[in-house]
Design a protein around this ligand. Structure first.
Ligand code: HEM
Length: 475
């Protein structure tokens, strides 16, 4: 049985989405739903049978038809919000052949995660799996299951999440943030109007890709320059195409599209081929640098280099996981940053408070970014609040591994993962906002309301235009 945990709206600043009901999102600190320490499961004997779980009693195909009529996958988050209002905190659903139980309460999510063993059964992205099967490439940590997932994940945790290594990411990520500021200043000058107004989605996509690649490969790709190298541009195009062709295959089976030799499938394969080729090149470069000992032994050379030096995972597995991290680490952070800037632009008072905190931290730490990160709690809270209001990851999906009691119903069988990129994402977003706040005022037209649409992650449903206006006296 597939169980979907939808984070519940938190309490600080509830807002309505255009449909009038409350957003089915919130508190999605990367990696999951908050787990309260107290949540005694209901006694099993008193539990009601699974058949009584509320939900639409129609057949799966009729449900699918209604689902499409209501806007389909792009509107899935609003459809779910409405169903929670109608059926309460748990409901069952059959869409086509897929049957699921949907829960919204953090307490139920905690119960579900506690019932998992050491190896969670997650719902993996079908077209990404299909590509790897087609090209006979190994799965990385995002797509692996069972013991293989667990052992890779434990090795990767040490190089991606442990406090011992994450400080090494700071100079790499800060450098990319500084480049963004430089680029923004050049755009301000070019405009001749003392400001840069744009829909920043593409700019932030490049920023996020440059950031994650710098941490993974220890190399700059040059995506923030005015003139982007054609090879780097091909890489951006490939990543964009890969995402673009993923969402149609979330509801059309990749095997069918492959059988029909459909354009979407061909483009998807082409995109992943280009991404893996780029990853191969980066790996060759890292190897060459290691062989020639180009980097000082004390200098942090990126996650890939550490994994190669450790020699604890086979090369193909390293390559697969690093490539998946790159894919998982671009639009998640770039979209969150876009929302964060939008919210700060709409709350100039909060923006000023954050700026004051960042500038005070800078003075105290004499510009040392690692120290600054330790004394900017408001900035961290602003990012969490952004994720609560605009969660990019709308649901966490799990196959139940044993019977579990949720809302007093018995859910028949069919483990809490933390997001592997969580530390990278947090640092990248904090450092980016620090640099922006030190240099620019973020503005937007106040009256603009922006909704959301689901497209693998939750995205703004229209372009968000923001203005960066240089501060009179930059810090
Ligand atoms: C705002 C930023 C981000 C959010 C909200 C986010 C959220 C999530 C969530 C909810 C999961 C699923 C956890 C689960 O199934 O329990 C996940 C998994 C994952 N994320 Fe992120 N993420 C973000 C940024 C990143 C970045 C920057 C990277 C890479 C550097 C990344 C790499 C991954 C990977 C590889 C997994 C799969 C881990 C595994 O299966 O063991 N994420 N993320």
């Amino acid at each position: 049985m597939l169980a979907r945990a939808v984070p519940k709206p938190g309490g600080l600043r509830p807002r309505s989405h255009p449909g009038g009901c409350r957003r089915a999102g919130g508190v999605p600190v990367p990696g999951g739903v908050p787990v309260p320490s107290h949540s005694p499961p209901a006694p099993a004997l008193a539990a009601r049978p699974f058949e009584q779980v509320p939900g639409e009693r129609r057949g799966g195909w009729l449900n699918l038809y209604h689902f499409w009529q209501e806007g389909g996958l792009h509107n899935v988050h609003n459809i779910m919000a409405r169903k929670f209002q109608r059926f309460g905190p748990i409901y069952r659903e059959k869409l086509g052949v897929y049957e699921s139980i949907n829960i919204i309460s953090p307490r139920d999510a905690a119960t579900l995660f506690r019932s998992e063993g050491m190896m969670p059964e997650r719902f993996s992205v079908p077209p990404w799996v299909a590509y790897r099967d087609y090209r006979n490439k190994p799965y990385g940590v995002l797509l692996k299951t069972g013991e293989a997932w667990r052992s890779d994940r434990l090795t990767l945790n040490k190089e991606v999440l442990s406090p011992r290594v994450v400080e090494g990411f700071v100079p790499l990520l800060s450098e990319v943030g500084e480049d963004f500021v430089r680029r923004a200043r050049a755009q301000v000058q070019k405009s001749g109007r003392e400001r840069w107004t744009a829909d920043f989605s593409h700019e932030l996509f490049r920023f996020a890709l440059e950031s994650v690649c710098h941490v993974l490969y220890g190399e700059r790709l040059g995506l923030l320059q005015d003139f982007v190298d054609p090879e780097a541009q091909r890489f951006i195009d490939a990543v964009t195409l890969m995402f673009h062709t993923t969402s149609p295959m979330l509801y059309l089976p990749p095997a069918l599209l492959r059988g029909l030799n459909a354009r979407t499938w061909r483009d998807h394969v082409h995109a992943w081929d280009a991404i893996f080729t780029q990853a191969d090149k980066c790996i060759q470069n890292v190897y060459r640098d290691l062989r020639l000992q180009r980097k000082g032994s004390r200098e942090y050379g990126g996650i890939l280099s550490s994994l190669l030096l450790q020699d604890k995972l086979p090369l193909d597995d390293i390559k697969a996981s690093v490539t998946e991290m790159m894919a998982g680490g671009v639009d998640t952070t770039s979209v969150t940053l876009q929302w964060a800037m939008f919210e700060l632009a709409r709350s100039p008072g909060t923006q000023e408070q954050l700026r004051a905190e960042v500038l005070a931290a800078k003075r105290q730490a004499a510009g040392d970014r690692v120290k600054m990160l330790k004394s900017t709690p408001l900035l961290k809270a602003a990012i969490k609040e952004t994720l609560r209001l605009h969660p990019v990851a709308v649901t966490l999906q799990r196959y139940t591994v044993q019977e579990v009691i949720l809302q007093d119903y018995r859910i028949p069988p069919k483990t809490l993962v933390q997001c592997l990129g969580r530390r990278i994402a947090e640092l990248e977003m904090q450092l980016f906002l620090m640099h922006i706040l030190e240099n620019f005022k973020i503005e937007t037209k106040r009256a603009v309301e922006v909704g959301t649409k689901f497209d693998l992650i939750l995205l703004p449903d229209k372009p968000i235009y923001l203005t960066l206006r240089p501060l009179q006296r930059p810090a």
